[in-house]
Design a protein around this ligand. Structure first.
Ligand code: PLP
Length: 263
């Protein structure tokens, strides 16, 4: 199929097409909806088309970005996700659950057949026939915490639209922060945010100084910033996950970084 070039840092459908043409089958392609470093979303519709043309299975790691589905305003960013054979989604990221609240969703329930295992002490056949429940066939674990309960409580309490509002608050906050960085002559913005992650750095600073200001703020207990390497340089990373973060907090953070960058 005719494919558009991907933005830098995203899985390139044309390169994928070439790789799948060259490699022996079977193929499993893992795309990402919300990368850890920048929050970028791979071009899922184009990747799904390439996978379909090659008979490749498509997995999408939507651990970070999957929460966009809750928001009517942002869910279109995940167009193409429905073409995946399997999707992972972490509700301890854009879902506000305590860890762990990871989910694996599969298109075809038969894909979970590998999890079926019979052992008399776990699931005696006559018990299964009598309708007694067990987790085999649904989970990779035998013993595990009831993670589904807290997710169910949150969904019952906030509903999809309630969670969607929280997602919108952090994604909108990231756009506000990016605008503050962009307007400030002392800072450089890596890119406009896709999710709730913003990479920025003090203008003209060396990588060592970027690393140093982050460590200073961390060890002084003033701010916990992430770090990421992109385009060959080190960046400070803000991943907004607190919906109560206000513009004032974001402006104060920038002032803090400015005042603590080695000159
Ligand atoms: C894109 C992505 N996938 C997967 C993970 C793994 O997270 P966890 O081990 O909490 O499920 C992360 C963590 O940051 C992530 O950003």
């Amino acid at each position: 199929p005719a494919v558009m070039p991907a933005p830098a840092g995203a899985l390139d459908p044309a390169a994928l097409d070439e790789a799948l043409t060259a490699l022996p089958r079977p193929h499993l392609v893992a795309a990402t909806a919300g990368t850890t470093d920048t929050g970028m979303i791979d071009p899922l519709p184009e990747i799904a088309d390439v996978c379909a043309a090659h008979g490749a299975r498509l997995h999408v790691d939507a651990a970070y970005g999957g929460g966009l589905l809750f928001s009517d305003r942002y869910r279109d960013l995940l167009a193409g996700l429905d073409a995946a054979d399997s999707v992972t989604l972490d509700l301890h990221k854009l879902g506000w659950q305590p860890v762990a609240a990871g989910l694996l969703a599969v298109r075809d329930a038969a894909d979970l057949a590998v999890l079926h295992h019979r052992a008399d002490y776990l699931n005696a056949g006559d018990d299964t026939e009598a309708g007694l429940p067990d987790l085999l066939g649904r989970s990779l674990h035998t013993s595990r915490r009831p993670d589904a309960l807290k997710i169910a409580v949150t969904l019952k309490t906030l509903g999809r639209s309630g969670l969607g509002r929280l997602v919108e608050q952090v994604c909108d906050g990231a756009r506000e922060f990016a605008a503050l960085v962009h307007e400030h002559p002392g800072f450089e913005l890596h890119d406009r945010p896709t999710l709730s992650t913003v990479l920025f750095r003090p203008a003209h600073a060396a990588d060592d100084d970027v690393a140093a200001v982050r460590r200073t703020l961390l060890t002084d207990g003033r701010a916990v910033l992430g770090r990421a390497r992109a385009d060959g340089r080190l960046w400070l990373k803000v991943t907004l996950l607190n919906p109560r973060t206000r513009t004032d907090d974001l402006a104060a953070l920038l002032t803090l970084v400015e005042g603590n960058t080695p000159r």
